[in-house]
Design a protein. Structure first.
Length: 186
């Protein structure tokens, strides 16, 4: 596996963990006697921070792999890198703070943890979720041309890129109705 593969493996973790923590934090606001919601959300935020660190660490090796590929624009890479640096820093910060809060809550043995904890975590996690969304979008622009300018890409792979594959039998959409070939037989 090369740098781009590793980046693709880890880059979804911080985004998904951040989004999955949001409903748990909302539940933690209303179910303060059940620490499981808050603990689960914090654990996800710690994983988001770890995933952000891994995504940042694999970003440059991924850039080295894709930089020479056709259709890859350095502007998109730099925009993604700038957004990722900011969002990654926020996610790592939230993960570290979350881990500290988790330890503090366990040590204090609160019957009801203070309301400010899920409120503060929810607010910063919402900010992080927006930042992560922007990172994912800018990252997708690097090599997911279907999101550029709302372009509707109807051909998944050029036939020359996959010799021997018939788009009709491989589920690839070539611009017309996939069932046109079947209709011609009638």
């Amino acid at each position: 596996m090369n740098g781009a593969h590793w980046h693709l493996v880890v880059n979804h973790l911080p985004i998904m963990a951040t989004y999955l923590s949001l409903p748990l934090l909302i539940l933690a606001l209303f179910r303060r006697n059940d620490r499981g919601f808050l603990f689960s959300a914090i654990i996800l935020l710690v994983f988001a921070g770890i995933g952000a660190g891994l995504a940042l660490a694999t970003g440059d090796p991924a850039e080295d792999v894709v930089m020479g590929l056709p259709g890859v624009n350095e502007h998109f890479i730099k925009a993604h890198e700038n957004q990722a640096d900011n969002a990654g820093t926020v996610a790592i910060f939230i993960g570290v703070i979350g881990l500290g809060l988790l330890i503090w809550i366990v040590e204090k043995k609160f019957a009801l943890y203070p309301l400010w904890i899920p409120v503060a975590l929810l607010m910063v996690t919402l900010v992080s979720a927006v930042m992560m969304t922007i990172v994912g979008y800018t990252g997708g622009k690097i090599h997911h041309t279907e999101i550029l300018n709302g372009t509707d890409v109807r051909f998944a792979a050029p036939p020359s890129a996959a010799p021997g594959l018939d788009p009709a039998t491989q589920g690839l959409h070539t611009g017309g109705d996939r069932h046109e070939a079947e209709d011609d037989d009638d």
